[in-house]
Structure formats: structure tokens, C-alpha cells
Design a protein around this ligand. Structure first.
Ligand SMILES: Nc1ncnc2c1ncn2[C@@H]1O[C@H](COP(=O)(O)OP(=O)(O)O)[C@@H](O)[C@H]1O
Ligand SMILES: [Mg+2]
Length: 232
């Protein structure tokens, strides 16, 4: 896919896992949600998007995750996306943490491999030894981290986080911010790109780059601090 992107879009996108060029999308009701939206993600890391209500952020994530298709423009994505929403209850299906995570695993693993992968993913999100815990006993922040473990087990390398901390208390908010930042910066063989939508400006201090969404277009990547001072 990326090879194709290089040929038609040029060398400036070399190594970029996600490229959008002049993407437009209107909902059936006539609401124009994305209009000539052009941006790319130059490298893995934690990238944040801020913008007013209705500026098109959630529509953009639906498009990147393949739920909707662009009506015009081009998108190239060599990464495997996983969409995470505000409310983790919309993701979690089975009664225990371990059984829920089983659903995210690729097929063809034996029981030992499955347990090993599940325990590793739980550890990555700060839920070590939670495999047998019933999901209804988890806090909102723990549920969100479990959903994140599921995304990691499904071998996604593009996490699309749509206001993941909107329903969380400040402590859980910080914990998930730190976990996603750590995962996205780990320089192992499988780098992760996280795109994070927020309306809480203080979260921008955690990112590797941030941009403002306005009327269906994403602006230039800049440092989180610069975006904060721009918006203040
Ligand atoms: N499922 C939908 N059906 C119709 N219109 C929608 C739908 N989702 C979003 N929109 C419209 O698209 C525009 C952008 O919305 P959205 O992408 O949700 O913005 P944001 O996430 O930035 O608040 C708005 O005008 C909104 O009303
Ligand atoms: Mg939204």
C-alpha cells in the first residue's frame, strides 16, 4: 500500500504510515464533515488532535478505520487501525478480562501462547494478574486500559483514540496517557502510532506532535506547547 503511496504522492511521504490528500466526506443529512483534508503522520509516536465540536474529528477516525469511505481524495494507510471510543463498555464483551482478550488474538495459537500474549498485554497496560478478574469489577480507567490491551493483541499498530479520557477521573486520565505514550515510544520491532483526540488542553503536553481540526481540515503538526499557547 505504501509503495503505491510513494509512486503517486512523491518522495515527501517516504516512510509515512498514513497519508490523506484532499479527503472530503459529507454525511447523508448534508453535513459536510471533512473538506479537502490533507495531512500525514511522519513517524510512530503519540499525535494529538484538538478541535471544536463538529469540526470533523470523529468522522476522520471513522474514515481512517475504514467504517466510511472518502467521497473524494486519496488515503494511503500501511498501518492496521484499531478504533477506541470514549466508553470502553462499547468494546468489552466477555465476562472476564482474559476471556475478553481472547477475542482479539489471532487464530492458530495454542493455549500456552495465548496465555503468554494475554499476560504480556495486560502487563503493558498496567493490569498484571488481571486475567481472571470479572470485567464488572473494573473501574472506568481499568476498562479503558483493558480495551487498549485488546487493540495491542489484535496487532494493530495505529491506535485511534477518540477522547479516551473524557469519562475518566484525573488519576485514570494520567495513567492512560502515560501508558499510551510509553507504548508509542517503545523502540522495539513493532512501533505503534497513536492518534489521540482530546478537548483537554493539558493532555497536549504528553504528545510528540499536535494539530488543530477546523471545519473538516487538520492544520500543521506542531508541538503540544505551541498548540496550547495558540488556543489560549
Ligand atoms: N453519523 C452521522 N450522521 C450524520 N451526520 C453526522 C454523523 N456524525 C457526525 N455528523 C456530522 O458531521 C459533522 C462533524 O461531526 P464529528 O465528526 O462528529 O465532529 P467532532 O468529532 O469534531 O465533534 C457534524 O456536522 C456532525 O453533525
Ligand atoms: Mg467527536
Amino acid at each position: 500500500m505504501l509503495g503505491k503511496a510513494h509512486k503517486s504522492l512523491g518522495a515527501k511521504y517516504l516512510g509515512h504510515g498514513l497519508v490523506l490528500e484532499n479527503i472530503s466526506f459529507s454525511w447523508k443529512a448534508g453535513n459536510k464533515a471533512l473538506e479537502n483534508c490533507t495531512f500525514s503522520i511522519p513517524r510512530p509516536g503519540l499525535w494529538m488532535i484538538v478541535g471544536g465540536n463538529g469540526s470533523g474529528k470523529s468522522t476522520l477516525f471513522r474514515l481512517i478505520s475504514g467504517i466510511i469511505e472518502p467521497q473524494s481524495g486519496q488515503m494511503f494507510c500501511s498501518l492496521k487501525p484499531a478504533l477506541m471510543l470514549q466508553n470502553p463498555d462499547h468494546h468489552l464483551l466477555l465476562p472476564s478480562c482474559g476471556s475478553d482478550l481472547l477475542l482479539s488474538l489471532p487464530l492458530g495459537l495454542n493455549a500456552i501462547e495465548r496465555n503468554k500474549k494475554i499476560n504480556f498485554a495486560l502487563e503493558q497496560v498496567g493490569l498484571k494478574d488481571f486475567a481472571d478478574r470479572p470485567i464488572h469489577t473494573l473501574s472506568g480507567g481499568q476498562k479503558q486500559r483493558l480495551a487498549l490491551a485488546g487493540a495491542l493483541l489484535s496487532q494493530s499498530n495505529l491506535l485511534l483514540l477518540d477522547e479516551p479520557t473524557a469519562l475518566l477521573d484525573p488519576l485514570s486520565q494520567k495513567s492512560i496517557l502515560k501508558i499510551v505514550r510509553k507504548i508509542s515510544r517503545e523502540s522495539n520491532k513493532k512501533p505503534i502510532t497513536a492518534l489521540w483526540i482530546t478537548h483537554r488542553l493539558e493532555e497536549l503536553t504528553y504528545c510528540d506532535g499536535a494539530a488543530i481540526m477546523r471545519q473538516g481540515q487538520l492544520g500543521q503538526w506542531s508541538s503540544g506547547e505551541k498548540i496550547i499557547s495558540k488556543l489560549n
